[in-house]
Design a protein around this ligand. Sequence first.
Ligand SMILES: Cc1cc2nc3c(=O)[nH]c(=O)nc-3n(C[C@H](O)[C@H](O)[C@H](O)COP(=O)(O)OP(=O)(O)OC[C@H]3O[C@@H](n4cnc5c(N)ncnc54)[C@H](O)[C@@H]3O)c2cc1C
Length: 456
Amino acid sequence: MKLAFAMACSSRDMNRLASSAIKDPTPGHEMSNRYPSSYYAASTNPAPRREELTADIETDICIVGAGYTGLSTALSLLEKGFRVVVLEAAKVGFGASGRNGGQIVNSYSRDIDVIERSVPPAQAALLGHMAFEGGRIIRERVKRYDIQCDLKDGGVFAALTHRQLEHLKAQKALWERYGNTQLELLDRTAIRNVVDTDAYVGGLLDMSGGHIHPLNLALGEAAVVERLGGQIFEDSAVLDIQRGPSPIARTAKGSVKARFMVVAGNAYLGNLVPELAAKSMPCGTQVIATEPLDEALARSLLPQDYCVEDCNYLLDYYRLSGDRRLIYGGGVVYGARDPADIEAIIRPKMLKTFPQLKDIKIDFAWTGNFLMTLSRLPQVGRIGDNIYYSQGCSGHGVTFTHLAGRILAEALHGQTDRFDAFAKLPHYPFPGGQRFQAPLSALGAWYYSLRDKLGV
Ligand SMILES: Cc1cc2nc3c(=O)[nH]c(=O)nc-3n(C[C@H](O)[C@H](O)[C@H](O)COP(=O)(O)OP(=O)(O)OC[C@H]3O[C@@H](n4cnc5c(N)ncnc54)[C@H](O)[C@@H]3O)c2cc1C
């Protein structure tokens, strides 16, 4: 029943992403040392300019990518005493981690009931009990390291139909079985008290969910990585990984030789590791931020300041920022084109939920890529003896990426049971290969979206 930001991107996007190591999908923004324009980029905490790698160096673990997966892995490894170097093609949090909806959503893009049906009971139990750990890791780190990222508690799954509400009842029972005791079902009246819209028939409140300023979380984590002795190089795209007993990551001006590599490039990795590209698909989703709302209006929309996502297959998600903007996401772009006008796609969705915002200006609109897998479950594993990876959260990655960092570090430290529970999940190639995976997935998404519209 888990609800993914499940979307497909065009085959032209795919070709473009595959044809070079990394490109920013924002129209007019090629990969550079800048962030693409977004509310987050315009409201970052001060951060140092990090150097490009210009030497040949050695370390214990080299991590490719400074999004949440890479940073969380680095942090967990440093806490265990490893030497760590992170290589980032652009800037810390340049990818999905610095652009997302900021929603701390528990579990995985397919929920534990799907996992229970497809793997042995002991493996399912282990995976189920990890489903709420990512959110705890975020909170622990924010508190321990005093990361300023506007962390707020409380996330709502909002049902548009009675069928969706029935699913949420089952989800509550399922999550309670795995230890989440912070859930509350909301009927039509109760949800009206947390979201000022007539759109919903009810919902499920998860007080262990919540929201953050995603880029400031990534920047805060990067600062901790450096405080603990790790090195992060920006503008340092890995162009090649030379495999062998001590793999070497080469950039334009330097290299890192390590005992182990961790590949954490997710939807921006391109074809650097062909085995990973073959079994995943980058997809786009779009977000807008309104102008700051006056306090009374902001409070009326979301009185408890919870974040909300609806229960459609192609879902809308929104929340208030620290300076009271409504951050609203949910776009899907199919066909061979980039979203030329993101506001034109997302604003009507926002007005459908909140018609009272018709005179409110949109200050920012941006797009980002997440990585979809065919099963919509994340792919965690190892290539050969010494190249580890985690990718493909299929839309719900803020919590999972933090868990992934911890279990990758455990595995590199020799404790593999939790890593193995993920690594044993089957990884399927997309049917149709790179050429047809996007149109076939778009067709599948269209089918589920139609079911949502018909309420069946
Ligand atoms: C617009 C949007 C909204 C979303 N909203 C939510 C949400 O509200 N809640 C939620 O749970 N999830 C959400 N997600 C998904 C979530 O953001 C991602 O799952 C998560 O951030 C992925 O983190 P990551 O570190 O694996 O990848 P990324 O954050 O994409 O980081 C990968 C990094 O690797 C770097 N890189 C790639 N290749 C190389 C290379 N060759 N050399 C060096 N560096 C390289 C990239 O530059 C990038 O910085 C959203 C995603 C998007 C795009």
